[in-house]
Design a protein around this ligand. Structure first.
Ligand SMILES: Nc1nc2c(ncn2[C@@H]2O[C@H](COP(=O)(O)OP(=O)(O)OP(=O)(O)O)[C@@H](O)[C@H]2O)c(=O)[nH]1
Ligand SMILES: C=C(OP(=O)(O)O)C(=O)O
Length: 217
């Protein structure tokens, strides 16, 4: 590589965790009724499809132990690996190992699976900003959790998702990305209000279709 030139491979491998569908999106149980599992799959597929449309994303590795989710997500272009069944961060580390096996020189990020309004151009802004730091993250819309955590090539991938993960990532020295105009990357969907907010931003087609079946969404 010539001095001063950007690295030849400036792409990102993104790891997306998808929990077993029977246990997924429980905060939407009442709102989604019999459509809860379909909604979880639709949201994850719209998220992954949009991520793969981002020019800075080389691949998406989905970690799941669920055969239905695995089939749907490989159908939209993700590489799927099994879940070690040791919690969310262990699943993310498993996905990161696969990403590094496939592309040792690439940056690795974790992206939540519940971003159905994700816009590829907004994700590109986040990834371009993240590339400036060894370790960084993007807080969720509520500023309590995290929707993206990433590391530059060669840096240790140590995600701290779960609960109040914004605080945890800050405490571990990850750089908080403070960017305007990336609402779609921060708009995670856990509750009926979140779903309404995502629909107002404009979701991918699968989420919109399932949401039409849910009264009040
Ligand atoms: N592969 C994998 N993904 C997980 C695991 N735990 C959580 N996730 C995923 O991580 C993200 C955040 O998880 P949670 O907020 O705990 O679960 P959720 O299904 O989004 O919602 P709730 O059931 O309402 O808590 C979701 O995309 C989950 O699918 C796990 O053990 N393995
Ligand atoms: C797991 C997390 O998200 P949520 O519970 O909001 O899905 C997190 O933000 O770390």
């Amino acid at each position: 590589m010539l001095k001063g030139m950007p690295p030849e491979n400036a792409g990102w491998s993104l790891v997306v965790p998808v929990k077993t569908l029977v246990a997924a999106k429980t905060r939407l149980t009442e709102a989604a009724g019999p459509h809860r599992a379909a909604l979880a799959v639709a949201i994850a597929c719209d998220t992954v499809e949009a991520a793969l449309e981002c020019g800075l994303v080389s691949r998406v590795v989905v970690v799941t132990g669920d055969p239905v989710a695995a089939g749907a997500l490989s159908g939209v272009g993700a590489r799927v690996v099994g879940d070690p069944e040791a919690g969310l961060n262990a699943a993310l580390r498993r996905g990161a190992r696969e990403a590094l096996r496939l592309a040792p020189g690439e940056a690795v990020g974790a992206l939540q699976a519940d971003l159905p309004a994700l816009r590829p151009a907004e994700l590109a802004r986040v990834l371009a900003a993240a590339a400036e730091f060894d370790q960084s993250f993007l807080p969720d819309a509520a500023e309590i959790g995290t929707t993206f955590y990433g590391v530059r090539p060669g840096r240790e991938f140590t995600p701290g998702f779960g609960g109040r993960s914004r605080e945890r990532h800050l405490g571990r020295g990850a750089k908080e990305l403070c960017l305007a105009g990336v609402d779609s990357v921060r708009r995670d969907v856990d509750t009926p209000d979140d779903l309404r907010a995502a629909l107002a931003l404009g979701t991918g087609p699968r989420t919109a279709e399932v949401a039409r079946l849910i009264v009040g969404a």
